[in-house]
Write a protein that binds this ligand. Structure first.
Ligand code: ATP
Length: 335
């Protein structure tokens, strides 16, 4: 599937297969096409070419365009517009008035509303107006409204970005809980990599309108396939040198590293990717020489910035031995 707006090619060639009940995070920098992809699935815009289908039903493309209200999906967006004169319960009841739910009896509707209210922890606030709710509670109303019709798919576009750090963490748990309880497939757009790593079954990393890498959080973290994927998700050191088969000669040092799994893009660019916890620092000895430039205590581990030739390497160390800025150290890879 592709999408162009005039000369802007917002989506290049996107081919995705998403399984039932999967939690998919769509992660990428501003302007990479995340929202466009979500809006196409939601039916707000048409793809320029290709199709979107749910099971065997074509939603968009091939001459079809199923209207938004007839699609089997619920949506939660960043800005949660609530009506000031309607209570929490009335907000949650509202989606069931759509013709799509005309098959439900009044009793079933009532149960669905109570379920959605319970599952988002809103029971104590059900009769309050939006003006009497906190930001997190308002976002829960948006969640309850999205799940009340039991949609097969939930589309979420940066739903937590307006919340403060602590509330974000709490709402992450809430969303994971809702995923478990409803069994819905979730497409979750974010530019926050920790959100994606924490919640998703699979992460789609996008860049410039194309998919850069798809994988489980562990695969994305441990086996990034490109320099962009490695550095966009968490910290990654890129040591410079030259590859010869599976051996890597570090620039300006008599140090050899070995790997059969480093992907071709790193090899072509003369780089060896290493996560901060895969580096060890010890008092001067064998290895790559460095000078501690910065030290940050972080509870379980210490985060060091180490000057190494013209590079700063990041090292997370849980060792008992501590180093201070200015100390000369040597850097090696963990086994
Ligand atoms: P952000 O994280 O900033 O929301 P995004 O990854 O969601 O970014 P999109 O909103 O999907 O990015 O936009 C992708 C590209 O398409 C951008 O270059 C954007 O300017 C362009 N674009 C999006 N919508 C339109 C539109 N209606 N008309 C013209 N160009 C558009």
């Amino acid at each position: 599937m592709t999408k162009s707006f005039g000369k802007t090619q917002a989506l290049k060639e996107i081919n995705l297969d998403i399984a039932d009940s999967e939690f998919i995070a769509i992660l990428g920098p501003s302007g990479c096409g995340k929202t466009t992809l979500l809006r196409i699935v939601g039916g707000f815009i048409e793809p320029t070419s290709g199709i979107v289908s749910l099971n065997d039903q074509i939603y968009s493309g091939d001459g079809h365009m199923v209207p938004v209200e007839e699609r089997d999906l619920g949506m939660v967006f960043q800005s949660f517009a609530l009506w000031p004169h309607m209570t929490v319960r009335q907000h949650v009841e509202f989606p069931l008035k759509s013709p799509r739910h005309k098959g439900m009896s009044e009793k079933e509707k009532k149960e669905a509303v109570e379920n959605a209210i319970n599952c988002t922890g809103l029971k104590p606030y059900a009769d309050r107006l939006p003006g009497e709710l906190s930001g997190g509670q308002r976002q829960r109303v948006a969640l309850a409204r999205a799940i009340v019709g039991r949609p097969s798919i939930l589309l979420m576009d940066e739903p937590l970005s307006a919340l403060d750090a602590e509330l974000k963490i709490e709402m992450r748990r809430e969303i994971q809980n809702i995923h478990k309880l409803t069994g819905a497939t979730i497409l979750y757009v974010t530019h926050d990599q920790s959100e994606a790593l924490a919640m998703a079954d699979r992460i789609i990393i996008m860049k410039d309108g194309a998919v850069e890498q798809i994988g489980t959080p562990r695969e994305i973290y441990m086996e990034p396939q490109t320099v962009f994927a490695a550095t966009f998700v968490s910290r990654c050191n890129l040591i410079k040198g030259s590859w010869n088969e599976d051996s890597f000669k570090v620039d300006q040092e008599n140090v050899m590293l070995h790997s059969s799994t480093v992907p071709w893009e790193f090899r072509n660019k003369g780089l060896y990717p290493v996560r901060p916890e895969q580096l060890l620092i010890s008092p001067e000895g064998q290895g790559m020489p460095g000078i501690i430039a910065n030290k940050q205590y972080n509870g379980r581990e210490i985060h060091y910035s180490v000057q190494y030739h013209d590079q700063i390497l990041t090292v997370y160390s849980s060792s008992q031995t501590e180093f201070d800025p200015g100390d000369r150290v040597s850097i090696t890879l963990t086994a």
